[in-house]
Design a binder for this molecule. Sequence first.
Ligand SMILES: O=C(O)CCC(=O)C(=O)O
Ligand SMILES: [Fe+2]
Length: 318
Amino acid sequence: MKKSHNVLLSNSKDLINNSVNSLKKDGIVVLRGLFQKEVLSEIDKNWDLNFKYPSLSGTIGYFRTSHAKAVLPLFLLGKSALKVALEKKVITIIESYMKSKCTLAEANAVWHKPTNYVYFPVHSDFAEGWKKSDNSKYELSKKDIRSPVGVGAILYLHDTKAGAFKYSLGSHKLFSKYGQHLKNYPERMRETINNNTVICTGKKGDLILFDDRGFHGPDQPSKKDRSVLLLDYYRNKTFGHVLVTPHIIKITDISFLDATQLRVLGLGAKEMVKREEYVSTRFKNNYFYKALAWCIDNAYFYTHVKALLKLKLRKRIR
Ligand SMILES: O=C(O)CCC(=O)C(=O)O
Ligand SMILES: [Fe+2]
């Protein structure tokens, strides 16, 4: 497996065209130095605040979705997260590559714990027949999948080696012929896909853009924690102005956005999945959910009993 991929510096000449060409040829481009230190340090500060404990009964905190993974709706990290997701050069690159307007369909902050096993195997995000959920009316046709229907983005929040993102160069041109799972591909094809895979070791602040149709995933198993921002932009000419589920945003954070950025963010867009059915709410199915909910509901029991006792005492004195 190759170990790295070309990195484009944010001040390099013709960044937009070079990025689009790299996406066309390889399905991936790595952009370095696009975000100021202050943007990254504000994200760090809010990350520390949000990733200390899980959110319980309205407390600040992350959503646990599996043993190894915890997530946070991205924009709870504040204005800086909006600056990253709606960076104008990034929007221009994606929309030129897609030959269409785009919508930021998903945006999450993701924290991965180390494991000795692979829990997120290499995959393609889209294939013919793809739907976000069973009752979704948006389904990809054979013709749809020939266009770049989605572009993913990963921002590294620290220098990343273990657990780095990996991508099979050029695999987006297969149009996910045998579906989203590598195990369903003929052996010769699987070999080629694996041989063309690069591990994108990178620096804090690197933004990786990739065509979602290509084979990709985190390099696992990994012995290190990993903190990333994970974004997905969908192609409007394919899906319409649609996002997966509406973003949660603090109203005081959005005054700096222009009309294009608000449109990409999903102002006026439709949703594919209701908030209550979105993957980040899956703790409701966990074995401990009801017991924990009971504990929270009764967490103020002592103050209640104290109030009752006081009432009784007062009645006796009278
Ligand atoms: O976390 C990664 O490295 C890849 C994420 C990914 O492929 C996905 O969310 O579809
Ligand atoms: Fe993916």
